[in-house]
Write a protein that binds this ligand. Structure first.
Ligand SMILES: Cc1cc2nc3c(=O)[nH]c(=O)nc-3n(C[C@H](O)[C@H](O)[C@H](O)COP(=O)(O)O)c2cc1C
Length: 257
């Protein structure tokens, strides 16, 4: 099993998202998987200019600018892997611009004039299955604790899976990402005892990916659990008065950890 993670944070190896990928890969490697992190911020990625040359007979499914950046190299890495982890921080309610810039380049690999019906019954054009249809895990990292915050990003990957015929084999959503991102923090672990359970769940998720090619529902729930030690926090945080308390607590927390 070869797993490749695309880290789409501009903070690259120093970011919270990278920390979560490392936890996942600790488990996957222990279970025998070969793992590689592609830190997109270190690669040269040009924007798709929508010139549509790739859809002319002359340059059919070839980007005329492909020799000017590293996108083809990353496509080759995806094609050679069994599974992809799309790992992105939430940037202004969606996937990071870095990931979107990269994914826009998939356009050159698709024959947009050849229509088909996807396995989930959607009307869409041909895609290069070796790159677009890989089984994938979405790993979303944001700081905000409101369940609305990652909603758009989650939806993006659901739609991606359905149009690309790409099996969505795991969804990891980490709110409060800043509490995890800088490695083991004794003050944070003391204040939020569930942090260790989340670390363990990420490692378990990695083991499951290596062994079964997917993350089980129980492990997903454990990895995505609330870490705030308040009973029924998930329900309470939807209530306006409780949100006011959260704002005060959040200010204090920033100072604490
Ligand atoms: C440009 C930018 C936009 C952001 N927008 C959001 C946002 O909309 N919601 C949120 O919860 N966090 C937002 N954040 C915070 C990041 O999602 C959060 O810090 C995440 O843990 C960063 O992961 P990283 O360190 O791997 O980049 C934003 C950060 C940046 C730099």
């Amino acid at each position: 099993m070869k797993i490749i993670a695309l880290n789409a944070s501009y903070r690259g190896d120093k970011g919270h998202t990278r920390r979560l990928i490392d936890l996942l890969f600790e488990g996957a490697q222990a279970a025998g998987a070969e793992c590689e992190v592609v830190t997109l911020a270190k690669y040269k990625l040009n924007r798709c200019l929508a010139c549509d040359q790739c859809h002319t007979p002359e340059h059919y499914l070839k980007c005329i600018y492909a020799d000017q950046d590293d996108v083809a190299e990353i496509f080759a890495k995806i094609a050679a892997a069994d599974l992809v982890v799309y790992a992105t921080p939430v940037y202004v309610f969606g996937i990071s611009g870095l990931l979107k810039t990269f994914l826009d380049r998939l356009y050159w690999t698709s024959d947009v004039n050849e229509m088909r019906v996807t396995r989930s019954g959607l009307f869409f054009h041909h895609v290069d299955e070796s790159v677009c249809s890989k089984p994938f895990v979405s790993l979303i990292c944001c700081d905000n604790l409101d369940p609305e915050m990652p909603r758009n990003t989650r939806e993006y990957f659901r739609i991606f899976a359905r149009f690309m015929d790409a099996p969505h084999v795991g969804e990891l959503i980490r709110s409060g990402g800043w509490l995890f991102g800088y490695g083991h923090n004794p003050k944070a672990a003391e204040r939020f005892p569930k942090i260790d359970a989340v670390y363990a769940a990420y490692r378990q998720a990695g083991r499951e990916l290596a062994r079964n090619g997917r993350i089980s529902p129980a492990t997903r729930r454990s990895a995505n659990q609330e870490i705030i030690p308040v009973p029924c926090f998930g329900l309470l945080k939807r209530l306006r008065p409780f949100k006011q308390v959260m704002v005060q607590k959040a200010k204090a927390l920033r100072l604490l950890v």
